[in-house]
Ligand binder design. Structure first.
Ligand code: CA
Length: 193
């Protein structure tokens, strides 16, 4: 009798654990939806830099409220040189399925002179993302409608976030085939192979 009760409790516990696992990986398994943290870039070209708001380097004024408290920024540059304008971050993003994607980026702009990036995907010509008027708080900006560079096949793609202006920050990058999806706050990250 006692043994049966123990077995039953064990079975319930296993179901509970399985339930947690399934719900935990639901975001990861969603086809056509990928979210990565900006600081997961495979390469960051200065003067773009990684900022850990919990442990900032000397001279860096950190901004709170980023996913994992870490983000990328292009700091203030008084007179950007040609070398400064090469600042970028490079990402490898794997898509489970092909389709027409919408790109969202969680950003922080200082003002209307610092509110955009250029984005390059694979070897295609870059497009501009941003130029909205939400300043000095984290906000999501999306790619222009029908951006042809975002028609992507399944597989691994190279995405570059490139300099256009200084005093800009990038926290998360999200690609989705759902045109109605609108991220609001920090989004759950997707596991990447
Ligand atoms: Ca982040």
């Amino acid at each position: 009798m006692r043994l049966n009760r123990v077995r039953c409790r064990f079975a319930v516990w296993r179901l509970w654990v399985a339930g947690i696992c399934l719900s935990g990986f639901a975001a990861a398994a969603r086809a056509g939806h990928v979210c990565v943290d900006a600081e997961s870039a495979t390469h960051v070209q200065a003067p773009m830099r990684r900022v850990d708001a919990g442990n900032p380097e000397e001279g860096v004024t950190p901004i709170e409220g980023a996913s994992r408290n870490t983000y990328l920024e292009i700091p203030a540059i008084a007179e950007p040189s040609e070398e400064d304008k090469q600042a970028h971050a490079k990402f490898k993003i794997t898509l489970e399925e092909g389709g027409d994607y919408v790109l969202w980026m969680r950003v922080w702009w200082d003002d209307e002179c610092s509110n955009s990036f250029r984005v390059g995907i694979n070897d295609q010509s870059p497009f501009i993302l941003g130029r909205n008027r939400v300043f000095r708080r984290w906000n999501w900006v999306r790619s222009p409608p029908r951006t042809r560079q975002l028609t992507l096949e399944a597989g691994t793609h190279t995405l570059k976030v490139l300099y256009r202006e200084d005093r800009v920050r990038l926290d998360q990058i999200l690609l989705t085939t759902d045109p109605r999806f609108v991220p609001v706050d920090i989004e759950p990250l997707t596991s990447q192979p």
